[in-house]
Design a binder for this molecule. Sequence first.
Ligand code: AKG
Ligand code: FE2
Length: 304
Amino acid sequence: MASSYPTSIRPSATEIKNGQLTPQNLETTIHSLYHDGLVVVENAVPHAALDRLNEKMVRDAYALQSRKENSPYNYNRGNIQQDPPPVKDYFDPGIFLNPIATQITNTALGPRPKWTFCSGNTAMRPTADCPPTSQPVHSDADFDHPTHPFAYVVNIPLIEMTPENGSTEIWLGTHIDSGLHVQEGQHGERASGRIKLDELEKRRAIRPPCQPVVPKGAIVLRDLRLWHAGVGNQADQVRVMLAMIHFAPWYRNPMRLEFSESVRPIIEKEDYLEVPVDWVTEDEAMSRYLNRAFGNAYDFSQLP
Ligand SMILES: O=C(O)CCC(=O)C(=O)O
Ligand SMILES: [Fe+2]
Protein backbone atom coordinates (compact mmCIF):
# COMPACT_ATOMS: atom_id res chain seq x y z
CA MET A 1 0.00 0.00 0.00
CA ALA A 2 1.36 3.46 -0.85
CA SER A 3 2.13 5.62 2.18
CA SER A 4 -0.65 7.82 3.53
CA TYR A 5 1.93 10.50 4.33
CA PRO A 6 2.99 13.16 1.84
CA THR A 7 6.40 13.67 0.28
CA SER A 8 8.31 16.61 1.80
CA ILE A 9 11.31 18.30 0.29
CA ARG A 10 13.79 20.46 2.18
CA PRO A 11 15.40 22.95 -0.19
CA SER A 12 19.02 23.89 0.49
CA ALA A 13 20.05 27.36 1.66
CA THR A 14 21.14 28.11 -1.92
CA GLU A 15 17.76 27.10 -3.34
CA ILE A 16 16.01 29.32 -0.79
CA LYS A 17 18.34 32.23 -1.52
CA ASN A 18 17.78 31.86 -5.28
CA GLY A 19 14.03 31.29 -4.88
CA GLN A 20 14.43 28.29 -7.19
CA LEU A 21 14.55 24.56 -6.65
CA THR A 22 17.19 22.48 -8.37
CA PRO A 23 15.95 20.36 -11.29
CA GLN A 24 16.11 17.27 -9.01
CA ASN A 25 13.92 18.77 -6.30
CA LEU A 26 11.59 20.23 -8.90
CA GLU A 27 11.20 16.77 -10.42
CA THR A 28 10.29 15.37 -6.98
CA THR A 29 7.54 17.97 -6.56
CA ILE A 30 6.13 17.26 -10.03
CA HIS A 31 6.25 13.50 -9.37
CA SER A 32 4.36 13.93 -6.07
CA LEU A 33 1.76 16.30 -7.52
CA TYR A 34 1.16 13.83 -10.36
CA HIS A 35 0.86 10.69 -8.21
CA ASP A 36 -0.32 11.99 -4.80
CA GLY A 37 -1.92 15.30 -5.75
CA LEU A 38 0.08 16.99 -2.97
CA VAL A 39 3.62 17.93 -1.94
CA VAL A 40 5.18 19.74 1.03
CA VAL A 41 8.09 22.17 0.63
CA GLU A 42 9.75 22.91 3.97
CA ASN A 43 11.66 26.04 5.10
CA ALA A 44 10.30 28.09 2.22
CA VAL A 45 8.75 31.04 4.09
CA PRO A 46 10.56 33.35 6.57
CA HIS A 47 9.13 32.95 10.08
CA ALA A 48 9.09 36.66 10.92
CA ALA A 49 6.62 37.36 8.09
CA LEU A 50 4.40 34.47 9.24
CA ASP A 51 4.42 35.68 12.87
CA ARG A 52 3.40 39.19 11.93
CA LEU A 53 0.50 38.07 9.76
CA ASN A 54 -0.57 35.45 12.29
CA GLU A 55 -0.89 38.01 15.07
CA LYS A 56 -3.27 40.12 12.94
CA MET A 57 -5.27 37.22 11.49
CA VAL A 58 -5.81 35.57 14.89
CA ARG A 59 -7.21 38.86 16.22
CA ASP A 60 -9.48 39.13 13.18
CA ALA A 61 -10.53 35.49 13.55
CA TYR A 62 -12.09 36.23 16.95
CA ALA A 63 -14.01 39.15 15.43
CA LEU A 64 -15.36 36.85 12.72
CA GLN A 65 -16.17 34.09 15.22
CA SER A 66 -18.26 36.50 17.29
CA ARG A 67 -20.65 36.86 14.33
CA LYS A 68 -21.71 33.25 15.01
CA GLU A 69 -24.20 32.07 12.34
CA ASN A 70 -23.25 35.08 10.21
CA SER A 71 -19.55 34.31 10.17
CA PRO A 72 -18.16 33.00 6.86
CA TYR A 73 -17.67 29.42 8.06
CA ASN A 74 -17.31 26.27 5.98
CA TYR A 75 -19.37 23.21 6.99
CA ASN A 76 -19.15 23.99 10.72
CA ARG A 77 -18.62 27.08 12.84
CA GLY A 78 -15.19 26.06 14.09
CA ASN A 79 -13.72 26.44 10.59
CA ILE A 80 -13.83 29.99 9.25
CA GLN A 81 -13.08 31.19 5.72
CA GLN A 82 -10.85 34.16 6.43
CA ASP A 83 -9.14 36.47 3.94
CA PRO A 84 -5.78 38.00 4.85
CA PRO A 85 -5.72 41.83 5.01
CA PRO A 86 -5.36 42.91 1.33
CA VAL A 87 -3.02 45.83 2.00
CA LYS A 88 0.72 46.46 1.64
CA ASP A 89 1.37 46.40 5.37
CA TYR A 90 0.54 42.70 5.47
CA PHE A 91 1.42 41.77 1.91
CA ASP A 92 4.76 40.01 2.18
CA PRO A 93 5.85 38.73 -1.26
CA GLY A 94 7.73 35.86 0.43
CA ILE A 95 4.31 34.60 1.49
CA PHE A 96 1.86 35.66 -1.21
CA LEU A 97 4.19 35.53 -4.22
CA ASN A 98 6.48 32.84 -2.89
CA PRO A 99 9.00 32.17 -5.68
CA ILE A 100 9.33 28.43 -5.05
CA ALA A 101 5.55 27.91 -4.98
CA THR A 102 5.34 29.89 -8.21
CA GLN A 103 8.19 27.92 -9.81
CA ILE A 104 6.32 24.69 -9.07
CA THR A 105 2.92 25.85 -10.36
CA ASN A 106 4.56 27.33 -13.51
CA THR A 107 6.15 23.96 -14.15
CA ALA A 108 3.05 21.88 -13.37
CA LEU A 109 0.46 24.07 -15.11
CA GLY A 110 2.35 26.04 -17.77
CA PRO A 111 3.78 29.57 -17.77
CA ARG A 112 2.10 32.33 -15.78
CA PRO A 113 -0.70 30.58 -13.94
CA LYS A 114 -3.59 32.84 -12.91
CA TRP A 115 -3.72 33.70 -9.23
CA THR A 116 -7.38 34.50 -8.61
CA PHE A 117 -8.13 33.27 -5.10
CA CYS A 118 -6.53 34.54 -1.90
CA SER A 119 -8.05 33.54 1.41
CA GLY A 120 -7.46 31.28 4.39
CA ASN A 121 -9.00 28.62 6.60
CA THR A 122 -8.97 29.19 10.32
CA ALA A 123 -9.50 26.31 12.76
CA MET A 124 -10.76 27.94 15.95
CA ARG A 125 -10.04 26.77 19.47
CA PRO A 126 -12.88 24.74 20.90
CA THR A 127 -15.49 26.66 22.91
CA ALA A 128 -18.39 25.49 25.08
CA ASP A 129 -20.97 26.08 22.34
CA CYS A 130 -18.64 25.08 19.52
CA PRO A 131 -16.67 21.91 20.30
CA PRO A 132 -14.03 20.70 17.82
CA THR A 133 -15.89 19.30 14.83
CA SER A 134 -14.44 17.92 11.63
CA GLN A 135 -15.66 18.88 8.20
CA PRO A 136 -17.07 16.20 5.93
CA VAL A 137 -14.41 14.91 3.55
CA HIS A 138 -14.79 16.98 0.39
CA SER A 139 -13.19 18.26 -2.78
CA ASP A 140 -12.92 22.02 -3.26
CA ALA A 141 -13.52 21.43 -6.98
CA ASP A 142 -17.30 21.19 -6.46
CA PHE A 143 -18.12 22.00 -10.09
CA ASP A 144 -17.76 20.23 -13.41
CA HIS A 145 -14.00 20.32 -14.00
CA PRO A 146 -11.26 18.83 -16.16
CA THR A 147 -9.96 15.35 -15.38
CA HIS A 148 -6.38 16.58 -15.81
CA PRO A 149 -4.61 19.03 -13.44
CA PHE A 150 -5.95 22.57 -13.81
CA ALA A 151 -5.46 24.26 -10.42
CA TYR A 152 -3.26 23.96 -7.34
CA VAL A 153 -3.98 25.34 -3.89
CA VAL A 154 -0.94 26.90 -2.23
CA ASN A 155 -1.57 26.37 1.48
CA ILE A 156 0.68 28.18 3.95
CA PRO A 157 0.00 27.46 7.63
CA LEU A 158 1.05 30.42 9.78
CA ILE A 159 2.16 28.13 12.64
CA GLU A 160 3.27 24.52 12.82
CA MET A 161 0.27 22.38 11.92
CA THR A 162 -0.27 19.18 13.92
CA PRO A 163 -3.08 16.64 14.31
CA GLU A 164 -3.91 18.34 17.61
CA ASN A 165 -4.40 21.86 16.24
CA GLY A 166 -6.34 20.70 13.20
CA SER A 167 -3.86 19.73 10.49
CA THR A 168 -5.94 19.17 7.36
CA GLU A 169 -6.82 15.51 6.77
CA ILE A 170 -5.64 14.58 3.28
CA TRP A 171 -6.47 11.62 1.04
CA LEU A 172 -3.47 11.20 -1.25
CA GLY A 173 -4.10 10.02 -4.78
CA THR A 174 -7.80 10.93 -4.82
CA HIS A 175 -7.33 13.71 -7.40
CA ILE A 176 -7.12 11.03 -10.08
CA ASP A 177 -10.70 9.73 -10.01
CA SER A 178 -12.27 12.93 -8.76
CA GLY A 179 -15.38 14.59 -10.14
CA LEU A 180 -19.05 15.25 -9.55
CA HIS A 181 -19.77 11.48 -9.75
CA VAL A 182 -18.23 10.97 -6.28
CA GLN A 183 -19.67 14.12 -4.71
CA GLU A 184 -22.87 15.13 -2.94
CA GLY A 185 -24.23 18.62 -2.29
CA GLN A 186 -25.12 21.37 -4.70
CA HIS A 187 -22.43 23.64 -6.07
CA GLY A 188 -22.24 26.94 -4.18
CA GLU A 189 -23.96 25.75 -1.01
CA ARG A 190 -22.11 25.68 2.30
CA ALA A 191 -21.60 21.92 2.33
CA SER A 192 -21.01 21.18 -1.34
CA GLY A 193 -18.34 18.84 -2.67
CA ARG A 194 -18.88 16.18 0.03
CA ILE A 195 -17.54 12.79 -1.01
CA LYS A 196 -20.10 9.97 -0.92
CA LEU A 197 -19.63 7.72 2.12
CA ASP A 198 -19.35 4.50 0.13
CA GLU A 199 -16.59 6.08 -1.99
CA LEU A 200 -14.73 7.05 1.20
CA GLU A 201 -14.88 3.50 2.53
CA LYS A 202 -13.69 2.06 -0.79
CA ARG A 203 -10.77 4.47 -0.84
CA ARG A 204 -9.88 3.93 2.84
CA ALA A 205 -9.16 0.27 2.07
CA ILE A 206 -6.74 1.30 -0.69
CA ARG A 207 -4.97 4.29 0.84
CA PRO A 208 -6.30 5.70 4.11
CA PRO A 209 -6.09 9.41 4.95
CA CYS A 210 -3.56 11.09 7.23
CA GLN A 211 -3.06 14.32 9.16
CA PRO A 212 0.58 15.28 8.59
CA VAL A 213 2.70 17.45 10.87
CA VAL A 214 3.58 20.45 8.70
CA PRO A 215 6.44 22.53 10.15
CA LYS A 216 6.22 26.30 10.32
CA GLY A 217 7.68 27.84 7.16
CA ALA A 218 6.45 25.01 4.95
CA ILE A 219 4.20 25.32 1.91
CA VAL A 220 1.69 22.63 0.96
CA LEU A 221 0.73 22.43 -2.71
CA ARG A 222 -2.51 20.52 -3.27
CA ASP A 223 -4.40 19.59 -6.43
CA LEU A 224 -7.75 21.40 -6.18
CA ARG A 225 -9.52 18.06 -6.84
CA LEU A 226 -7.94 16.21 -3.88
CA TRP A 227 -10.25 14.93 -1.12
CA HIS A 228 -9.55 16.50 2.27
CA ALA A 229 -11.24 17.71 5.46
CA GLY A 230 -10.68 20.40 8.05
CA VAL A 231 -10.34 18.64 11.41
CA GLY A 232 -11.53 20.02 14.75
CA ASN A 233 -8.86 21.98 16.58
CA GLN A 234 -8.25 20.48 20.07
CA ALA A 235 -5.39 22.84 20.97
CA ASP A 236 -5.47 26.14 22.77
CA GLN A 237 -4.10 28.10 19.84
CA VAL A 238 -5.91 29.27 16.71
CA ARG A 239 -4.61 27.66 13.51
CA VAL A 240 -4.67 29.92 10.45
CA MET A 241 -3.75 28.41 7.06
CA LEU A 242 -3.60 30.64 3.99
CA ALA A 243 -5.08 29.30 0.77
CA MET A 244 -4.05 30.80 -2.56
CA ILE A 245 -5.15 29.14 -5.77
CA HIS A 246 -3.09 29.15 -8.96
CA PHE A 247 -5.17 28.16 -12.00
CA ALA A 248 -3.69 26.91 -15.27
CA PRO A 249 -3.13 29.81 -17.69
CA TRP A 250 -5.42 28.14 -20.24
CA TYR A 251 -8.27 27.50 -17.79
CA ARG A 252 -11.39 29.62 -18.37
CA ASN A 253 -11.57 31.39 -15.05
CA PRO A 254 -13.03 34.86 -14.74
CA MET A 255 -12.37 35.26 -11.00
CA ARG A 256 -10.51 38.37 -9.80
CA LEU A 257 -8.78 39.43 -6.62
CA GLU A 258 -9.47 42.65 -4.74
CA PHE A 259 -6.49 44.47 -3.25
CA SER A 260 -5.60 47.94 -2.06
CA GLU A 261 -3.77 50.18 -4.56
CA SER A 262 -0.87 50.03 -2.09
CA VAL A 263 -0.17 46.45 -3.20
CA ARG A 264 -0.11 47.36 -6.90
CA PRO A 265 3.63 48.15 -7.24
CA ILE A 266 4.48 44.76 -5.72
CA ILE A 267 2.07 42.82 -7.94
CA GLU A 268 3.19 44.68 -11.06
CA LYS A 269 6.74 43.42 -10.50
CA GLU A 270 5.57 39.79 -10.55
CA ASP A 271 6.65 38.19 -13.83
CA TYR A 272 5.60 34.59 -13.27
CA LEU A 273 1.91 34.90 -12.38
CA GLU A 274 -1.01 36.57 -14.06
CA VAL A 275 -2.86 38.42 -11.31
CA PRO A 276 -6.22 39.93 -12.30
CA VAL A 277 -7.07 42.49 -9.61
CA ASP A 278 -9.80 45.03 -8.93
CA TRP A 279 -7.88 47.83 -7.20
CA VAL A 280 -9.59 49.70 -4.40
CA THR A 281 -8.48 52.37 -1.93
CA GLU A 282 -6.70 51.35 1.25
CA ASP A 283 -9.76 52.29 3.33
CA GLU A 284 -12.12 50.32 1.11
CA ALA A 285 -9.80 47.32 1.20
CA MET A 286 -9.59 47.37 4.99
CA SER A 287 -13.29 47.90 5.52
CA ARG A 288 -14.38 45.23 3.04
CA TYR A 289 -12.07 42.28 3.51
CA LEU A 290 -13.74 40.86 6.62
CA ASN A 291 -17.21 41.43 5.25
CA ARG A 292 -17.37 38.91 2.51
CA ALA A 293 -20.39 36.70 3.00
CA PHE A 294 -20.01 32.99 2.50
CA GLY A 295 -20.35 32.29 -1.19
CA ASN A 296 -18.48 35.46 -1.98
CA ALA A 297 -15.08 34.86 -0.44
CA TYR A 298 -15.35 31.30 -1.66
CA ASP A 299 -17.24 31.73 -4.85
CA PHE A 300 -16.37 29.33 -7.63
CA SER A 301 -19.86 29.70 -9.09
CA GLN A 302 -18.43 31.74 -11.95
CA LEU A 303 -16.45 28.70 -13.03
CA PRO A 304 -17.88 26.41 -15.67
O1 AKG B 1 -9.02 24.20 7.60
C1 AKG B 1 -8.66 23.19 6.98
O2 AKG B 1 -7.78 22.45 7.41
C2 AKG B 1 -9.31 22.87 5.67
C3 AKG B 1 -10.55 23.67 5.40
C4 AKG B 1 -11.23 23.29 4.12
O3 AKG B 1 -10.86 22.37 3.48
C5 AKG B 1 -12.37 24.08 3.62
O4 AKG B 1 -12.93 24.89 4.37
O5 AKG B 1 -12.73 23.88 2.44
FE1 FE2 C 1 -11.69 22.35 1.49
